[in-house]
Design a protein around this ligand. Structure first.
Ligand code: ADP
Length: 495
């Protein structure tokens, strides 16, 4: 049932509107009680009126029944006074009265049709047993009742001594009367019409109020939509504010946060683009300067040409390195979900990384030590992890001192493996800890450039570590050395 209702609501777009919901709910809450009140009041009026009519007429018929007994009417119906009384009653209530004697014979019918006939009906039989029966027939607009004609009850309301001993006096006859309730129905009709008019007026009033309220209540949400559209269309750049409800404030807050995040992303993209252009332009500018100065010197010696060409070659190599680093960075973003995970022997991998970097270390007279607490096999992307440790160890060599050392320590627990790369190098100032992982950030620009750095290495490294759901920490003492600690889960869990 609920699902069918939901499907219906989904099909008719108007029914999904919050404004329509509020309108309908207010309408129902307003109109249903007025309908219930009208029907309830009319019903209880009818019940009360019918029961009053019943007790009223019963009392009067009981008095007449008493007169009947006193005048021995069941045997002789000639008493004019009683006949007049009966006639008057049936005229008054637009009804009919039948008097039935103990032989079930009708001795008197105010309509004069059934006199002398025998009547054996359930009500009459029950009445002869002393039971008063009354029945309201709503459809035909009549109350039917039977009144037992017995000696005691109607006289003074007190039982005689003999009856107290022998039980109730026998029923000598039955009065079967029906009285019309037409005037009750007519009053009901008038009341109903008046109440209906009041109800319609109330309904129109509630309709108007619901309409106004639902529009008013929804207004702040329309304001939010308008404000967001203005931002979307570019008319508004400042954070928006709709403080009418706590809810709209929450929506607007969330939107403003999203806006500022998008601004940060946009700023960083712009910064990245300008950094990239700057970095790519630097080697080109150097090459142009070198080429121009050669061109200006007529008849320059071959040695000078060779020297300048060597410098130009170095600049080309730098340009090449920046471009390949940029490509790695872009690839890292693009292939976020595409890790080629295999079980890799980390001891073997680190030994290979050190072996490849040994020539550079030797060049700078840096000693390299590898220490492993235990053999470690981890589920990682071999190419990316090789890149991580190559970058870190290469940095440790590059930013070292003469006769320095680099130490690589591998360890693992049951969840993670850790690689500590420490060096005896120049160190990193504490305020730069967070920045060194940013693209193109270099603590000492000229020094980094001099030794062929691009400022992208650590950014690529951190990206690859995060892809493995790992972490990297740095600690350093300026002038004494640095230590990078990488922690990566042994088992790869897909995202
Ligand atoms: P680069 O290509 O310049 O080396 P990285 O992103 O690899 O770029 O490193 C960023 C900066 O962090 C470097 O320029 C350097 O100043 C600093 N840095 C990185 N590793 C070390 C280290 N082991 N010792 C001292 N400084 C380091």
């Amino acid at each position: 049932m609920l699902n069918r209702l939901k499907a219906l609501f989904a099909k008719i777009p108007v029914l999904r509107s919050m404004k329509v919901y509020i309108f309908l709910v207010m309408l129902v809450i307003g109109i249903v009680p007025s309908y219930i009140t009208r029907v309830g009041i009319l019903q209880s009026y009818e019940e009360r009126a019918v029961s009053l009519r019943l007790t009223d007429t019963q009392t009067q018929f009981k008095i007449i029944a008493n007169h009947l007994l006193n005048n021995n009417y069941l045997r002789d119906t000639s008493s004019e006074a009683i006949n007049a009384e009966l006639e008057q009653m049936s005229n008054l209530y637009d009804g009919r009265v039948l008097i039935i004697n103990s032989n079930f014979r009708i001795v008197k019918d105010t309509y004069g049709i059934s006199e002398g006939k025998t009547i054996i009906s359930e009500e009459v039989i029950r009445c002869f047993k002393g039971e008063e029966v009354s029945n309201y027939d709503r459809k035909s607009g009549y109350i039917e009742m039977t009144i037992p004609i017995t000696e005691t009850i109607y006289q003074t309301g007190q039982a005689s001594d003999s009856q107290k001993e022998d039980g109730p006096a026998p029923v000598q006859g039955v009065m079967l009367a029906s009285v019309s309730t037409d005037n009750i129905e007519a009053t009901l009709e008038i009341l109903n019409r008046k109440a209906l008019i009041v109800e319609i007026v109330i309904s129109i009033f509630i309709f108007g109020i619901s309409m106004a309220f639902s529009t008013l209540l929804i207004h702040p949400f329309n304001k939010v939509t308008r404000a967001i559209n203005e931002v979307k269309d570019g008319f508004q750049e400042e954070p928006i504010s709709v403080k009418d409800y706590l809810e709209t404030e929450h929506i607007v807050d969330a939107f403003n946060q999203l806006l500022s995040r998008m601004k940060v992303i946009d700023d960083s993209r712009q910064e990245f683009v300008s950094n990239v252009s700057h970095e790519l332009k630097t080697p080109l500018t150097s090459m142009k300067v070198l080429a121009d100065s050669l061109m200006q010197q007529e008849g320059a010696p071959v040695e000078l040409y060779q020297e300048f060409m060597q410098d130009i070659g170095e600049e080309i190599e730098r340009e090449n390195k920046i471009i390949s680093d940029l490509l790695s960075l872009v690839k890292l973003d693009k292939t976020a979900a595409q890790l080629d995970i295999t079980a890799v022997d980390m001891n073997g991998l680190l030994e290979l990384v050190l072996k490849r970097l040994r020539p550079i270390a030797r060049q700078r007279d840096v000693e390299m030590v590898f220490e492993s607490i235990r053999p470690v096999t981890a589920e990682v992307d071999e190419v990316k992890v090789t890149q991580i440790f190559t970058n870190l160890v290469e940095n440790a060599i590059k930013y070292n001192k003469e006769h320095g050392w680099v130490k690589v320590l591998l360890d693992a627990d049951h969840q993670f493996f850790t690689v500590e790369i420490s060096d005896s190098g120049i160190g990193i100032p504490q305020e730069d800890y967070d920045h060194i992982f940013e693209r193109f950030y270099r603590v000492d620009k000229s020094h980094s450039r001099q030794i062929g750095g691009t400022g992208l290495g650590l950014s690529i490294t951190r990206g690859a570590i995060l892809l493995h759901r790992g972490s990297v920490k740095v600690s350093s003492v300026e002038g004494e050395g640095s230590c990078f600690t990488v922690k990566i889960p042994l088992i790869h869990v897909k995202q």
